[in-house]
Each structure stands twice: as structure tokens, then as C-alpha cells.
Design a protein around this ligand. Structure first.
Ligand code: HEM
Length: 487
């Protein structure tokens, strides 16, 4: 029998050189940290190590190992404690950062609040919110005003998430003045800065970005507290009322004798659900729209499919239509494979474990590179190339091999897979179908590279477009439209 090789230790793993005191702080503390990790994976292989000050991080890009880590939560792996601490410190600590029994209980409530049944009854509100977005864009098109795509879409996702999860409609899409979305957008960048630091300096001195974060959190707290108060009063006035959304379900749990759920917990859970649902979906749609402009022939094909299904309607009319757009779905999958808003995940080992011949001790901080694995040639043929066809079932698609769908994990995987994925996909299809039916797209700065920026989630930087109105009754022959794009 072959003798087993002795296990290596994390400090024996390969990795880039980092200066003694700060380690790799300067390379990973930027808004492009994910790109640095991916470059290093190319060079140092499926398992390598880096340092942040004195603490060591192990970075994993091997798909099989990543899958095992994600599947073995919550017992063997957890989210990185630093992530939890940073969220807790600003009072936003919900399902995403919960662990153990707390996580189990919250997960049930969130999954129920975002279930397919809830989504079915929510569809009319989603449709109305999509129409508001259409009207906002019509005004911009009439005035030939450039649209800040990420901003408008976060207004859309804030309106949707708050209606579905809290039963209130902030209508940020039609509110001209300051709205909650303008504060929410400061939280991601503020937190991102705090994930990679040698010590929590902001406890000693508040720099301008820390003060901006404080202000944003304060507004969020105030707004969410008012919503919780109103829901509490409603529940008290109607004691037999069956909870119809996440907030009401949490309030019912808090009312139960022996429940440890405090008002502060309620606020923290509610705020985090809002954050989890808005940026992720808005930036995913933004990346897809960016790809519409990069690949106009594929956009023509999406548009033709949408026209064939819903013309002369201006947007999706019924929930069932959302599942009848195979090429749109293929396009979205391909963008989420190349531009996932969560290209990596920060985790931690809860027990000693072995990975690719290395003994990973309990407490080791891990980074798993989800996007890197999904762009490798051994999992997707032509891994770096944009090719929506690969997602179509044969004989329509070209059946390019390999095509390992299990490596495609834009919503994570295992017991902690994103519970909002069905809602997100519904929002994505509703917005894109409306966009295809009503607008032509023109980048404000054609040819400019749209950079990836990491602010907890990965967004397209400075994505501005000019929208031109398309006649809602038109069913433009694809060839004519392609010719127009090409000219
Ligand atoms: C395109 C949009 C979205 C993307 C790409 C996305 C992605 C993700 C990812 C990668 C995770 C981590 C999963 C894991 O650890 O395996 C996650 C978790 C989570 N997502 Fe989403 N998400 C999206 C939309 C939403 C929406 C709309 C909601 C709710 C309104 C939501 C709520 C959550 C929550 C609460 C968690 C934590 C789950 C847990 O730890 O058990 N997400 N999401």
C-alpha cells in the first residue's frame, strides 16, 4: 500500500511575497481585491496563502473543495467572523451573518417570506413597480438625459424588496428628493473598507468615509424603525392577522413568550434583508444591460424573443411569462458566470479539516473564489468567452463541452444558498423584458471600459446609458435592428 504523504500546513502553501508587518494589506485592501485574488490563483494554484498583518488567509479556487466547504455549512464552516463583526458593529446583523440556531430560525422565516407562493401573489406589485421604472426611463429618454443605470435599478430593487418583505412602498422611483436608496448606497463601500484593515482604527478616529457610513446607517435605522413601529401597531390592532411578510412574521416570533428577539435584533435583521436584496439584484441587472450594449446581435435575439412572447404589451403581464424566455435566461446566466456580483466569499473553518493535502486548522480564515472556478477551461469550454448559447438545451444550443453547471454558483450553494434567488430572477426578467420592449440603448461613452468595483458586492463602475424610446407597438424585424446597431 502506498504511504500517505504527510499533510502540509497553511504556512507551507505557496503564495505571493508580502512585507513582514502588513503582509498583503496594500494589494487586497482595494476595490479591486477580487481581481488580485484571481491573478494570484492563476499563479499559485488551487490553494495558496496570503497574510493580513499577522493573520493568515487561505485562498481556495478548486471547485470540488469549494463545493465541499459550501455544503458543510453551518457545522464545519461559517462566514468569516470579521464580516459578522463589521456588520454587527453598525447594527446590521441578520440572516447573512447569523450562525447556529439563530441562523436556522431566521432562515425558515426568510425562506417562507420569499417563497414561490408569496412571489405569485406579489406579481401585480412587481408589475406596477416595473411600470414606474419604465416611466422614469421614458422621462430620461424624452429629455435625452443619461441614465445612471445602477442608481435607477437600486431604486427599483429597494421599492420591490420593501414592498415584499415589509409591506410598505417607499416609491423611491417616483420621489424626486432624497430617498433611502441614496443612503443605502454608502453602506457597501463603507463596510468594504473595513474588511481588510490591520486594526479597527475607526474606533479611535473617524475618517470622512467612516462619518459617511455613520450617517447612512443612522438614516437607515430611523427609516426601518418607523416601518417596524407601524407594523407593530398594525399587528397589535389586529391580533388575528396572519403574517403576510417577513417583518410581520418576525414580529409574531418576537411576541411569543420566551422569544429572545429584541427590538434591536428586529431592526438589525430587517435592515440586513433589505441590503441583501437591493444591491445584488440591481448590479446583476446592470451588468446584463451592459452586456446588451457589448453584444448587440445577442440583444437583438433577446428582444425578438421578448417581442414574440409579449408584444404588443409593454412589459410582462403574467407571472407564467417569466419562465418562457429561454434565450433571455441563457443571456443572464452567461453574464452571471462572467460578472457574478459575489465573485468570492469569506469563510472560516469551524474544525480541523484537510484540503488538497493541507491540514487546515480550526479558525483558519478562507477565501473561496467562485468566479475563478466558473471561468476555467476545465469547467466551461472557452471559459473566458461570452457565449449565451452554451446555456441552451440541445439541439438548439451548440452543446459545447465541458459544461459543468454545478460550478456556476452566482447565488452560492449548499444550505446557505441565497433564499432570494427566485425573487431576484423574477425582478431581472421583468426589468429586462420591459427594457427590450420600450427602449434602444446607447452607451454615453462608447468604447470606455466598464470597471469592476467591489463594495461588498461587485458593481459596474460608472455605467451611464442614453435610452431612446422605441415604439411600444413595434415588433422590429431583427435584421433591420441589427443593421441599425451596426451603423
Ligand atoms: C441577483 C441577485 C442576487 C444574488 C447574485 C445573490 C447572491 C447571494 C449569495 C452569493 C449569497 C451567499 C450564499 C452562500 O453563502 O452560499 C446570498 C445570500 C443571501 N441572500 Fe442573496 N443574492 C441576490 C438577491 C437576493 C435577494 C433579492 C434577497 C432578498 C430579498 C437576498 C437575500 C439573501 C440572504 C438573506 C442571504 C443569506 C442567506 C444565508 O446565509 O442563509 N438575496 N445571496
Amino acid at each position: 500500500m502506498a504511504e500517505r504523504q504527510p499533510l502540509t500546513q497553511p504556512h507551507d502553501l505557496p503564495g505571493p511575497y508580502g512585507p513582514p508587518l502588513i503582509g498583503h494589506l496594500l494589494q487586497i485592501g482595494s476595490q479591486q481585491s477580487h481581481l488580485t485574488f484571481e491573478r494570484w490563483a492563476e499563479r499559485y494554484g488551487p490553494l495558496f496563502q496570503i497574510r493580513l498583518g499577522r493573520s493568515r488567509l487561505v485562498v481556495v479556487s478548486d471547485h470540488g473543495t469549494i463545493q465541499r466547504i459550501l455544503e458543510q455549512r453551518p457545522q464545519s464552516f461559517r462566514r468569516n467572523r470579521v464580516v459578522e463583526d463589521r456588520f454587527t458593529e453598525i447594527g446590521i446583523n441578520g440572516l447573512f451573518t447569523a450562525e447556529g440556531d439563530d441562523w436556522r430560525q431566521q432562515r425558515r422565516t426568510v425562506v417562507a417570506a420569499l417563497s414561490r407562493t408569496r412571489l405569485a401573489s406579489f406579481f401585480p406589485k412587481l408589475k406596477a413597480t416595473t411600470t414606474r421604472l419604465q416611466q422614469r426611463w421614458e422621462v430620461a429618454a424624452e429629455g435625452n438625459q443619461p441614465v445612471d443605470v445602477c442608481r435607477d435599478l437600486t431604486r427599483f430593487t429597494v421599492d420591490v424588496t420593501m414592498q415584499l418583505a415589509f409591506g410598505v412602498d417607499p416609491n423611491t422611483l417616483e420621489t424626486p428628493g432624497p430617498v433611502i436608496q441614496q443612503h443605502l448606497e454608502k453602506i457597501g463601500p463603507g463596510l468594504q473598507r473595513r474588511f481588510f484593515t490591520l486594526f479597527p482604527y475607526w474606533r479611535l478616529v473617524r475618517l470622512p468615509p467612516d462619518r459617511a457610513l455613520d450617517r447612512a446607517v443612522k438614516v437607515l435605522e430611523r427609516e426601518v424603525a418607523a416601518i417596524v413601529r407601524a407594523a407593530r401597531e398594525h399587528m397589535a390592532a389586529h391580533p388575528d392577522h396572519e403574517p403576510t411578510n417577513f417583518l410581520e412574521a418576525m414580529l409574531r416570533i418576537a411576541e411569543h413568550e420566551g422569544s429572545h428577539l429584541t427590538s434591536a435584533d428586529l431592526l438589525a435583521h430587517t435592515s440586513q434583508l433589505l441590503l441583501a436584496g437591493e444591491d445584488t439584484t440591481a448590479y446583476t441587472i446592470s451588468w446584463i444591460i451592459h452586456y446588451f450594449t457589448k453584444f448587440p446581435e445577442a440583444f437583438v435575439r433577446v428582444r425578438r424573443e421578448v417581442d414574440d412572447l409579449i408584444a404588443p404589451a409593454a412589459a410582462l403581464d403574467a407571472l407564467e411569462q417569466a419562465n418562457q424566455l429561454p434565450f433571455l435566461d441563457a443571456f443572464c446566466n452567461e453574464v452571471m458566470r462572467l460578472k457574478p456580483v459575489a465573485p468570492h466569499m469569506a469563510l472560516e473553518a469551524l474544525e480541523d479539516t484537510e484540503m488538497l493535502g493541507c491540514l487546515i486548522p480550526q479558525g483558519t480564515k478562507l477565501f473561496v473564489l467562485l468566479r475563478y472556478a466558473a471561468t476555467r477551461e476545465e469547467h466551461f469550454a472557452g471559459g473566458d468567452c461570452f457565449d449565451p448559447e452554451r446555456w441552451l438545451p440541445q439541439p438548439v444550443g451548440h452543446g459545447k463541452q465541458p459544461h459543468h453547471v454545478q460550478v456556476f454558483a452566482p447565488f452560492g450553494a449548499g444550505p446557505r444558498i441565497c433564499p432570494g434567488r427566485n425573487l431576484a430572477m423574477l425582478e431581472i426578467r421583468a426589468v429586462l423584458a420591459m427594457l427590450c420592449r420600450n427602449f434602444d440603448l446607447e452607451p454615453v461613452s462608447p468604447g470606455r471600459e466598464v470597471k469592476e468595483t467591489m463594495a461588498v458586492v461587485m458593481r459596474p463602475d460608472q455605467l451611464h446609458l442614453r435610452l431612446k424610446r422605441r415604439s411600444p407597438n413595434s415588433h422590429v424585424p431583427a435584421d433591420a435592428w441589427a443593421a441599425r446597431v451596426a451603423s
